[in-house]
Design a binder for this molecule. Structure first.
Ligand code: GAR
Length: 208
C-alpha cells in the first residue's frame, strides 16, 4: 500500500473526491494517510477530520522565505513516509528541493487544458476568468506530475467541458470540477498507486 499525502489550501472538494473514491474502494494500492494544509482555517481540514485522516498545518507566513517553507514541507513529507504527494487545490508554489526529494511522485490538478492558462498567477478562479476573457469554446482540467517548472510537468490525464454562453468564472469552475477534476484526480491517483504510469523522455504514458 502506498502512503498518500494530500496538500490543500482551501475548500477541499478535490480532497473530498479522493476520500469518496477511497471509501468506494476505487483507490487501488494506496491510502490517504495525511492531509497537509497551508492555511489553518481551510475547510479541507474539516473534511479530513470527518474522514478520520490525520491533519497537519504548515503556514507559509511562519517561514522567512519559500526555501525555508519548502524545506519544512519536504521534512514533513519524508517524516510521513509519503510515496505519493497530491496537490489538491494547494496554492503555494514550492521550490525544486521538494521535486528533487519526490521525483515524479507528486501529482497536481490544474483547472485548465495545459499548456493554456497555466503557470504563475493562474490558480483558482483566475484561470476561468482568463479562459472566458479569451473566449475559448472548450476548457477542462489537467492532472500532471509536479516538476520545478510551474504547471510544466508530464501530463497524465486531461478532460474537457464545453464553455457555454453566459458562463461566469464560477459556473465554468463548477462544470470543470464536477465533470473532470473530481473524476480524473482520483483516477490518476489510483493509476499511480497501481504503478500504471511511466515517464519517458519527459512524457507520461498511462497503461489504461
Ligand atoms: C480546483 O479547481 C483546483 O483545480 C484549483 O483550485 C481549485 C481548488 O478547489 N487548483 C489550482 O488552481 C492550482 N493551480 P478545492 O479546494 O475545492 O479542491
Amino acid at each position: 500500500m502506498k502512503n498518500i499525502c494530500v496538500l490543500v489550501s482551501g475548500g477541499g472538494t478535490n480532497l473530498q473526491a479522493l476520500i469518496d473514491a477511497q471509501n468506494r474502494g476505487e483507490i487501488k494500492g494506496g491510502r490517504i494517510i495525511c492531509v497537509i494544509s497551508s492555511k489553518a482555517d481551510a475547510y479541507a481540514l474539516e473534511r479530513a477530520e470527518n474522514a478520520g485522516i490525520k491533519t497537519r498545518v504548515l503556514v507559509r507566513k511562519d517561514y522567512p522565505d519559500i526555501a525555508a517553507y519548502s524545506k519544512a514541507m519536504t521534512d514533513v513529507l519524508i517524516e510521513e513516509k509519503a510515496d505519493l504527494v497530491v496537490y489538491a487545490g494547494f496554492m503555494t508554489i514550492l521550490d525544486e528541493q521538494v521535486c528533487k526529494a519526490f521525483p515524479y511522485k507528486m501529482i497536481n490538478v490544474h483547472p485548465a487544458l495545459i499548456p493554456s492558462f497555466c503557470g504563475k498567477g493562474f490558480y483558482g478562479l483566475h484561470v476561468h476568468e482568463a479562459a472566458l476573457e479569451k473566449g475559448v469554446k472548450v476548457s477542462g482540467a489537467t492532472v500532471h506530475f509536479v516538476t520545478e517548472v510551474c504547471d510544466g510537468g508530464p501530463i497524465i490525464l486531461q478532460g474537457t467541458v464545453a464553455v457555454e454562453n453566459g458562463d461566469t468564472p464560477e459556473t465554468l469552475q463548477r462544470r470543470i470540477m464536477e465533470n473532470v477534476e473530481w473524476k480524473l484526480l482520483p483516477k490518476a491517483v489510483s493509476l499511480f498507486c497501481e504503478d500504471r504510469i511511466t515517464v519517458k523522455d519527459g512524457k507520461a504514458y498511462v497503461d489504461l
